[in-house]
Design a protein around this ligand. Structure first.
Ligand code: URA
Length: 253
């Protein structure tokens, strides 16, 4: 709406309020005495000897596992995620954020979830934290253009950037595991607590960071999340040590 239309509309509204129109009324009348149609009956759960069980097709993790395992390459995995209907986050997101960088690169970075900028662009780590991540990678001669592949635990932005819920991580885990298998990196860089939770089954990044471990059959190093480093610049010292450790691993391995 241009500014003339805006002011004209505002004065028209003020005039109507002046005349006593202080309620929103729809064009079509509503019959409040109408009896609403009965709600659909819930699908009965099958009853196993040890209690009720949700129907198999309703188990979001089982559906995710089947969809992820059926994907034979990265485009198919992206399509499987796009078609996965059980994660509420999808409804509020503008874009599916699948990955960026070089598929098949020696280094695969796993972050947490898209933020506002990533949601808008459909690519991981493009906001302020992503710019810092690029600088950190550049400091050891790595880049998403040439030598790194990047993804997140969650492919859709959580509302208001809230933390991922355990059930969201559980639903996305089969896709993440398959993503790692198909991208087949030499090493994983696990950034932040939520990625540690998804790949190592534990949190506590301050203790975990810098210690090489295994995740999905790959050597993996947990590191501070760049968003944490933006808030706590003093921790860049440890991040630098971890980057040097990554560099040495790539040189020797
Ligand atoms: N933080 C993440 O963990 N991932 C992104 O893609 C952006 C910010």
């Amino acid at each position: 709406m241009d500014s003339v239309e805006y002011h004209a509309a505002l004065s028209a509204l003020a005039w109507q309020v002046e005349l006593g129109a202080d309620e929103c009324i729809g064009d079509a009348p509503v019959n409040r005495y109408d009896v609403p149609p009965p709600a659909p009956k819930p699908v009965p759960a099958t009853v196993a000897p040890d209690g009720p069980v949700a129907p198999r097709s309703e188990d979001p993790v089982a559906v995710a596992r089947a969809a992820a395992e059926a994907a034979q390459d990265l485009p198919a995995l992206k399509a499987a995620l796009a078609g996965y209907a059980h994660c509420e986050l999808k409804r509020g997101a503008r874009n599916l954020v699948f990955s960026d960088g070089v598929p098949g690169a020696r280094v695969m970075i796993v972050g947490e979830a898209p933020g506002r900028d990533e949601d808008r662009e459909g690519k991981p780590f493009v906001g302020r934290a992503g710019q810092l991540l690029d600088k950190m990678l550049g400091a050891i001669d790595l880049s998403r253009e040439a030598s790194v592949y990047i993804t997140n635990v969650l492919p859709w932005r959580p509302p208001q950037n809230r933390d991922p819920k355990p059930e969201e991580i559980a639903m996305m885990q089969p896709f993440l595991y398959r993503h790692i298998a198909l991208a087949d990196p030499d090493v994983l860089v696990i950034v932040g607590n939520h990625a540690c939770q998804a790949l190592l089954g534990k949190r506590g990044i301050t203790r975990l960071r810098g210690d090489w471990t295994q995740a999905q059959g790959k050597p993996a190093i947990p590191m501070f999340h760049p968003a944490y480093l933006l808030r706590n610049p003093a921790a860049k010292r440890e991040a630098w040590a971890d980057l040097l450790s990554l560099k040495a691993r790539l040189r020797d391995g």
